[in-house]
Design a protein around this ligand. Structure first.
Ligand code: TYD
Ligand code: MG
Length: 457
């Protein structure tokens, strides 16, 4: 008789389960991510159901008109930047994942949020499995005075934590970090895929059952056997990633998934001596320190969620020394740069295949909007010809494969940001010009294809 299977292989990137070891995960396509772990015993309720609290009652469907919505369900966090990313504040009973590299500032951000919420009269419980109470106190001293109802607990056993939440009845709970938490009835080690998954499941039941908002910290791990935050992305309501270079002071908080607001929203923070502070005008920060009269640098406008952000696109084009031309993209999509170079070669007759091309977004921002295309093209040509682009000109527009410049969304918003930041002209797709006919405060130059735009250099 075949032996009952009590271990399985899990992808520690996305949680995919397989009976045998695989070199590449068929779901997330990552290599070497499979680890062997005991299979969770299936004596509890099937995972993925929010049934633990109030289970056993007869299920009665509710008519949509009978569901009441309370304005009070949203709580501001005290950080405007975070509120916008969350979709105007914290939703009662939601489960929010805050992911990011170790040391990027997740604990600091959440402790500051706790401080703001406790100051506003909320009951907050901060559970740390990584730091001792003394260490938390030291960090708290750095970020300033804490008043109000803020409780701390150092614990990693989720069943104990469940009890603590039940007794202290907080409004907000922070779990720092999910990779240190474990459930007694699961035999694998903390941080393993099954522990992380089942722990999140329990936290989901607690959040929905008691109506507490839970923030989960998840470390992004490059190696080791610790499961990454992607394992739990599909279970939580909101996924935020904290990005940035650890050596750089600026941090970007990005919503990757949000059941209560739009994704693509970003919040910009700066790490200081006394914790994180908001950067209210990222455009100003990103285009400050721009070189004067330099070729290959242009200012573009990217729309992140609802907010236009101006940034500097830099390009450097130099003759290739070896047979194959080198291309490097920093902050923009590498494949997009290859496409734009091919368009310049085929549609405009530039011999780009004999030149190395490096493209960079100043300030360490990562932007993936197609509206940056025209700016990248202009920066490349400017560097190729060694002629500068008017520094008072803002550029945006999508470039198609036949070299046509296509319209982008919310052009008016981008143009008003340019006016606000003191730009004198704006290069944009001709099709966007229609709605901006009455704009007199700035010179608008509409172009239909890349060749027209290049003639301006
Ligand atoms: P932390 O919140 O511990 O990171 P995470 O929880 O994501 O692992 O942040 C750690 C870094 O932040 C650390 O390198 C020190 C720095 N820091 C400051 O620069 N100023 C501060 O006031 C605080 C609290 C931390
Ligand atoms: Mg931490």
């Amino acid at each position: 008789m075949a032996k009952a299977r009590n271990t399985a292989f899990f992808c520690k990137e996305c949680g995919y389960e397989s009976a045998k070891w695989l070199g590449q995960c068929p779901v997330c396509k990552e290599w070497n991510t499979f680890v062997e772990e005991p299979v969770a015993q299936a004596k509890k309720a099937p995972s993925g159901q929010i049934a633990a609290v109030g289970a056993g009652k007869t299920a009665v469907p509710v008519h949509i008109s009978e569901i009441s919505l309370d304005e009070q369900d949203r709580t501001p966090t005290g950080f405007g930047e975070l509120d916008r990313v969350l979709g105007s504040g914290i939703v009662k009973g939601s489960l929010v994942l805050v992911g990011g590299d170790p040391g990027i500032g997740k604990s600091t951000l959440l402790l500051q949020v706790c401080r703001n919420l406790a100051g506003a009269g909320k009951r907050v419980l901060y559970i740390s499995g990584e730091e001792s109470l003394k260490q938390i106190k030291m960090r708290a001293n750095r970020i300033g005075m804490i008043t109000g109802d803020l409780l701390f607990l150092c614990e990693t056993n989720l069943d104990t934590i469940h009890g603590a939440i039940e007794r202290s009845k907080p409004d907000i709970v922070i779990i720092d970090s999910i990779q240190t938490m474990f459930r007694e009835d699961i035999s694998s080690a903390p941080g393993s895929v099954s522990q992380v998954r089942e722990s999140t499941n329990l936290l989901m039941q607690i959040a929905k059952g008691y109506g507490v908002t839970i923030f989960i910290v998840g470390h992004v791990t490059k190696e080791g056997v610790v499961a990454g935050p992607r394992v739990l992305e599909h279970m939580v309501d909101t996924v935020l990633y904290f990005e940035g270079d650890r050596n750089d002071a600026y941090r970007v908080l990005r919503a990757v998934k949000n059941r209560f607001g739009s994704t693509n929203e970003i919040g910009v923070f700066e790490m200081e001596e006394k914790g994180l502070s908001e950067v209210l005008n990222p455009s100003e920060m990103l285009i400050s320190g721009r070189p004067k009269e330099a070729s290959g640098a242009v200012v573009a406008c990217s729309l992140e969620g609802t907010r236009p952000i101006l940034l500097e696109v830099q390009a450097l084009v130099t003759a290739t020394n070896f047979g194959m031309a080198r291309r490097t993209a920093n902050g923009v999509d590498y494949n997009r740069i290859n496409i734009l170079l091919a368009i310049l070669e085929k549609r405009c007759g530039f011999a780009m295949s004999r030149y190395d091309a490096y493209v960079n977004i100043a300030g360490g921002m990562k932007m993936n909007e197609p509206a940056l295309d025209l700016a990248v093209v202009m920066a490349l040509v400017s560097s190729f010809k060694n002629r500068e682009v008017d520094p008072g000109m803002l550029i945006f527009g999508e470039v198609g494969l036949s070299g046509e410049v296509r319209g982008v969304s919310q052009a008016a918003q981008r143009v008003s940001e340019a006016i606000k930041m003191g730009f004198t002209s704006c290069l944009l797709p001709k099709s966007n010009l229609e709605k901006l006919k009455d704009e007199k405060r700035i010179r608008l130059i509409g172009v239909e294809n890349v060749r027209e735009a290049i003639q301006l250099i």
